[in-house]
Design a protein around this ligand. Structure first.
Ligand code: PXL
Length: 297
């Protein structure tokens, strides 16, 4: 007679909606690596397929909205989810489909990374998608994680782009406008700002909740925003309180960047499994020099 195997404790489950990035740097693959590295079980709903390498995105094929909805519904009917994370979505129809699903789970925290462009400037969302994101998903979001460029873009109408007053709205005012759309917290990251350190600020309905400063690393990284948002989802899924989850996720992300590697001819990729590497194994002189350069800034 075959014995039934014991049912081991299930790690916290996080469902991510994201586009596939076959380089393993950003997107769904970044989320899966991050969530697994932080002790969660990732459920991965594909919203789009991309053709890209570490130098840029060549093509995007959005999934049909029904296919995205069907993937998510099947998972949600089978397994208990502790947090949602949303990255690149791919179409207005899919934004609407995801919004409808998420609305059925109001108690599950939602981390929304508003993926508008890749770090290398490839457009990953258009104006209609931004409007749909603001109308349908921001009101259901627990933590929105724009970088400073995305924060400004989200609050700025295209016709205001040439208006001097609106050109460079300060980040606190962007955060307040985003909170007014209905999201609970906004974490604006400062990698693109002209500051010696990278300053990340978490805003809530009463203003600044916490500010964290990080040594600026010199590399250009592919997938740092996805890593941060997935790490926040993982920390919340483990039951960690929100301000501490934000701190822990930033610490983890900084470590992945500091250990980042450059597998091709383009950007560096964060090492989501940095903690598993044997420092002495496989390192060569060039790798060591590259890492020293990154940390020395
Ligand atoms: O880094 C943002 C991002 C998210 N998702 C996918 C991407 C990118 C950037 O290129 O390709 C699929």
């Amino acid at each position: 007679m075959n014995a039934i195997p014991p049912k081991n404790a299930t790690p916290p489950i996080v469902l991510t909606f994201a586009g596939s990035d076959p380089t393993g740097g950003a997107g769904l693959q970044a989320d899966i690596l991050t969530l697994a590295s932080l002790g969660c079980h990732p459920l991965s709903v594909v919203t789009a397929v991309t053709v890209q390498d570490t130098t840029g995105v060549e093509a995007i094929l959005p999934m049909e909205a029904d296919w995205v909805a069907d993937q998510a519904r099947a998972l949600l009917e089978d397994m208990p989810v502790a947090a949602f994370k949303i990255g690149m979505i791919g179409s207005v129809e899919t934004i609407a489909a995801i919004a409808e699903i998420i609305a059925d789970y109001p108690d599950i925290p939602l981390i929304l990374d508003p993926v508008l462009a890749s770090g290398r400037g490839d457009a990953l969302a258009d104006e209609e998608m931004i409007e749909a994101l603001i109308a349908l998903l921001l009101p259901q979001t627990t933590v929105l994680t724009p970088n400073s460029l995305e924060a400004r873009r989200l609050v700025q109408k295209p016709e205001e782009e040439h208006d001097d007053v609106q050109q460079n709205p300060d980040l606190a005012s962007c955060a307040h406008q985003l909170i007014d759309t209905g999201c609970e917290y906004v974490l604006i990251t400062g990698t693109h700002e002209d500051t010696a350190q990278v300053v990340n600020t978490l805003y809530g309905s009463h203003g600044v909740v916490r500010t964290d400063r990080w040594e600026r690393l010199s590399g250009s990284y592919h997938g740092s925003g996805c890593t941060l948002a997935a790490a926040i989802a993982a920390h919340l899924a483990h039951g960690i309180d929100l301000p501490e989850a934000i701190a822990g996720a930033q610490e983890y992300t900084w470590q992945t960047l500091a250990a980042g590697f450059r597998p091709g001819m383009g950007q560096f990729i964060p090492d989501r499994l940095f903690w598993s590497r044997d420092d002495d194994a496989g390192d060569n002189e060039a790798d060591n020099q590259e890492k020293t350069n990154l940390r020395s800034l």
